[in-house]
Design a protein around this ligand. Sequence first.
Ligand code: N0T
Length: 546
Amino acid sequence: PQAPSRASMTAHPIPRLVQQDGRYALMVDEAPYLMLGAQSNNSSDWPATLPEVWSAIEYLHANTLEIPIYWEQFEPKPGQFDDSEVDLLLAQARQRHMHLVLLWFGTWKNGSQHYMPEWMKLDPTRYFHVMNKEGESIDSPSPFAAASLDEDRKAFAALMKHLNQVDSERTVLMVQVENETGTWGSPRDYSPEANKLFEGAVPPEVLKAMGRTSVTPGANWEAVFGPEAEVYFHAWAIARYVGQVAAAGKAVYPLPMYVNASLHDPLTPEVPVKYESGGPTDNVIPIWKAEAPAIDIEAPDIYLPGTSQYLKTLEVYHRPDNALFVPETFGAPRAARFFFAALGLQAIGYSPFGLDYTRTRPAIPGEPDSKNAFLDPTAQNYRLIGPMMREVALLNFEGKLQATAVPDDESSQVLHFGDWDAVVSYQFRRRPVENAGQTHNTSGRALVAQLGANEFLVTGIDCTVDFRPAGTPEQQKAGGIVFGTGQATSARIDGKWIHRQFLRVEEGNYVNGAFKFDRILNGDQTDYGLPFTSAPEVLHVSLSTY
Ligand code: N0T
C-alpha cells in the first residue's frame, strides 16, 4: 500500500543502506523505509504452508516477510538449482504488495548444518564438522571445511544471480547470510588444522579490529586475548567463511546483506562460554566487520528475558559502524514495547519471530492457545506505525525522532528536543476506567518527533506525554532551571516561570504521506497531558508559552 509506483513501469533502484551523521536508513525506492517485519516459522516456506504465512502477515499489517530459503531445497543435486520456491514467494508477495527478506539457511542454521543438501550430509568426510576437545565430530559445521565453503559460495551466488534476473521490482529488500552462525557446546574447532592456526600469530586485521596493535608481533591467540581467545578465534574463522559466501553473492547482485546472532548476555561476561560461540555476538562485532566486509549489518536475535538485557543489546548493536536492525525477537505482549525502544535508536527494521498460523502459540506460556494471541502485540504496533512508516523512517534518519518503552520501575522519562522537553509517564491513574484491574504497566511506549520549532508528532500506547519548556541550550548550560511539580509543565528560567500551553492538538492519521486532520483535542483530552491507550492515535501538537 505504501509504494504506489510498484505496479508502474518505473525502474526501481536496488535497495541500499545509507549512513549520514552516524544515522542509517534503508533506502527503498530512494527514500528511507522502515521494515515492519515478521519472520515465519522455520518450516513454513513450502507451497502447502505459505497460505498460513500470508494470512498472518496481513493480519499483522506487516510490510515485510522474513522467510528462509533452504539450501537442501534449492540445490537438491550438486550444481542443480531449483528456483521454484523463490519464484513462488516473489509472485505471492507481489500480489499482496509485500516485501521480502530472504534468509539463506546454508552452511549454518542455529550452529548446525541441518540445511545442507542430503548429498553433502552423506559425505561428512568432505563436508566435515567441528571437532571438540575430545576429538569427536559434533553437530556443527567446521569453518575450515574448504569444500563446504566452495559449495555454499556457488549456491548462494546462484540464488543471488536468479534474484537479480527476476526481481527488478525489488520485492526482496535484504538477504540474511546463514542463520545464527557459530557452535553450541564447543568454543571452537579443535581439529589438528584449527589447533595449528590457534597456536599461530593473530592476523594483523584482527589485532587492528580489536585495538590490540601494540602486542608483540607474532603473538598467538591465547597470549593476546586470554580467556576470550577461543571465541575470538572461532568468530574469525566463521566470519572469514561467511564473508566469502556473502561476497560471492554480492558480486552478482549487491543487495544489502546481514548476519544474525544468537546472543550472549551483554551485562554478564560468560567465560567459559555458555552461549553460541563464533557468531556475531556483540563482543566480536569488530572481527566480523574486518573479516566479512560484504556483510552490511551485524544484527541481534533478541530472546533475552530481562528488560535491561534487552535494552543493553539494542545499545551495543547500535554503533557508528553498524545500523540497528532486529531480525528476530519474541512477539510476547510484554515485548511489544521494545519495538519503540528500537525505533528510539534509529532501527531500520524489526521482526518478531514465528508469526504465522502453522503453529499458533499462547501469548503467555501456560495460557490457552488462541489463533491471534501471539500476533496481537505486534499487530498493535504495526497498525499504529504502518500508515506513517515512511515519515517515521525519514524523521529518524534526520535525527528528529525519539521513542521509548516503559522501564521496569514505571518511572517517567524525559526526551530532550532543543527548547522543549517531552515527558513520558506511565502511571495508569489518568485512565482509571480503561485500565481497571491492571496494576503493572508493561506495555507503555511513546514516540515523539520534532516537526518544527514548536511542533511535534506524538503517538504512543498506554502512556501520557506532555511537554515543558527546557530553556535554550545557553540557559541550560548556565544551570538554574527549576521544573515545576504537579503538572510539571512549567519551568523557572532566569528567575521567571514559563508555562507551556497547547495551541492546538490535532488528532488524525497519515494517508499517502500527508497528515489528515480528524479533530482538535481539548478539554479532558489535553488538560492532564496527552493520554494514549491501546487505540491507535496520532497527534500533531503545537505549543507555545505564557
Ligand atoms: C532462533 C529461533 C529459530 C539460553 C528459535 C533462537 C530461528 C533462530 N534461535 O525459535 O530457530 O531460526 O534464529 C535461539 C535462542 C537461544 C536462547 C538461549 C537461551
